[in-house]
Design a protein around this ligand. Structure first.
Ligand code: HEM
Length: 415
């Protein structure tokens, strides 16, 4: 396998990948790293109890949409399109974790969530038309005007949350503010950002905070929805693995009074984790990345990719490379068995990218996926649809015509 270091590659902002268009104009790398640091600091202090541990009992269950699925399954099994349903769940849970806001968008339409979805689809549309890369032309089109309107709506929402928090923070003072948050277990991303400081002790401006929050909304919903949809698809096609995951969760929660997944439980789901990773390999949500070479890169055959070149890195290709992965098209979670470590390059598996600009939300995403899958598998059996989906690589990996699965409620699942 081609062994390349990531040190000579930086994100290619000049010729932004469609992926980076999603993060367009958003937060600077530095701010993102400050956030990462502050996040882990706060995680240690307060264990970010608002995710996945709820401030009120089982909020995640509410955000998971399983009640909706149950209603849809009243007549037995229901045929559901995964991306649509799960995107609403990931948006709902992100809005809660970032802003502490219950959108309830899985049950009734939310203007904010509709605007995010509209922006995502407009960005993909725009990225396919070279002429529309020029803002001046784009904003003359109907799509450009829709884009601006949706952007305003999203910005106004974030601005209002920031304004309201700043008011509370200045009237209560930092200590009191933190005490209240710790008591109610509602520390969210906006709070963390409001209190973050750079290495010179400078706070983030409202624009910085807005950019960070919006970036996380965009970077975090589609990717996780794609990942979860394909994991459920792979588990539907492999009922033996699905059953083993379910048993693992049932075992973990045995003799508990409630069915809440606790923070420490997340490390106790090894087989589920293996199934998630194998699905991220077979169906990487971000199928390719763009990078600009900051130095000449010599390939094993002696050919050189000159410094300054923009390269498309096919994550999909890397994950399906037959010289690294035997039978690459086969879904085999045991490839990720920690008991049986493989001598693979760490760069053979890069669903979250690699190097200094890798995914900042990967721990959050892994945790969210574990909780969502654990609670779903406790309540439902997923079965394949009669038609095999065809992969459709866009900014994220979708399925042509959607990814349809049959969902059946489990009679014995605890409610
Ligand atoms: C399974 C879910 C996810 C996958 C597969 C994924 C994948 C990726 C990849 C491949 C990149 C690098 C993009 C590039 O360099 O071109 C990235 C960047 C990023 N992701 Fe994720 N992501 C996921 C979930 C999330 C979540 C939940 C969040 C936020 C809560 C998030 C926030 C971000 C941000 C902010 C960046 C930009 C980081 C930077 O440029 O420094 N991601 N993600």
């Amino acid at each position: 396998m081609l062994q390349l270091s990531v040190s000579g590659l930086v994100p290619a902002f000049v010729l932004a990948s469609p992926w980076h268009l999603l993060l367009l104009g958003a937060a600077s790398w530095l701010l993102a790293r400050i956030l990462a640091w502050t996040y882990s600091f706060c995680e240690n202090c307060s264990r970010l109890r608002c995710f996945p541990q709820p401030p009120k009992r089982n909020w995640f269950l509410g955000h998971l949409g399983t009640d909706k699925w149950k209603r849809l399954c009243l007549e037995g099994s229901a045929r559901l399109e995964m991306f649509e349903n799960i995107s609403l769940m990931t948006l709902d849970s992100l809005q809660k974790c970032l802003f502490g806001f219950d959108s309830n968008c899985q049950e009734s339409p939310s203007e904010y969530i509709a605007a995010i979805l509209e922006l995502s689809s407009l960005i993909v549309k725009r990225s396919q038309k070279l002429l529309l890369f020029v803002d001046f032309f784009y904003y003359l089109t109907a799509d450009g005007r829709r884009f601006r309107k949706a952007c305003d709506l999203v910005h106004n929402f974030t601005d209002a949350v920031i304004r309201e928090r700043r008011r509370t923070l200045s009237s209560q003072g930092v200590d009191e503010f933190m005490k209240t948050k710790a008591k109610s277990k509602t520390l969210d991303f906006i709070d963390v950002l409001l209190m973050a400081k750079d290495e010179h002790g400078k706070e983030l401006s409202d624009e910085d905070i807005r950019a960070e929050a919006d970036t996380f909304m965009f970077g975090g919903h589609d990717t996780t929805a794609s990942a979860l949809s394909w994991i459920l698809y792979n588990l539907a096609r492999h009922p033996e693995y699905q059953e083993r995951c379910r048993q693992e969760v049932q075992e973990l929660l045995r003799d508990r009074e409630s069915e809440e997944i606790e923070w420490d439980d997340l490390a106790q789901l090894p087989f589920l984790t293996m199934c998630i990773k194998e699905s991220l390999r077979l169906h990487p949500p971000a199928p390719d990345l763009l990078r600009r070479c900051t130095q000449d890169i010599v390939l094993p055959d002696g050919k050189v990719i000159p410094k300054g070149s923009i390269c498309i890195i096919s994550v999909f290709g890397i994950h399906h490379n037959p010289s690294v992965w035997s039978d690459p098209e086969v879904y085999d979670p045991f490839r990720f068995d920690p008991e049986n470590p493989q001598k693979r390059s760490p760069l053979a598996f890069i669903p979250f990218s690699a190097g200094p600009r890798n995914c900042i939300g990967q721990t959050f995403a892994m945790n969210e996926m574990k909780v969502a899958l654990a609670l779903t598998l406790l309540r439902f059996r997923v079965l394949p649809d009669h038609k095999e989906p065809r992969r459709k690589p866009e900014v994220i990996l979708r399925a042509e015509g959607g990814l349809w699965l049959r969902v059946e409620p489990l009679s014995t699942g605890a409610q």
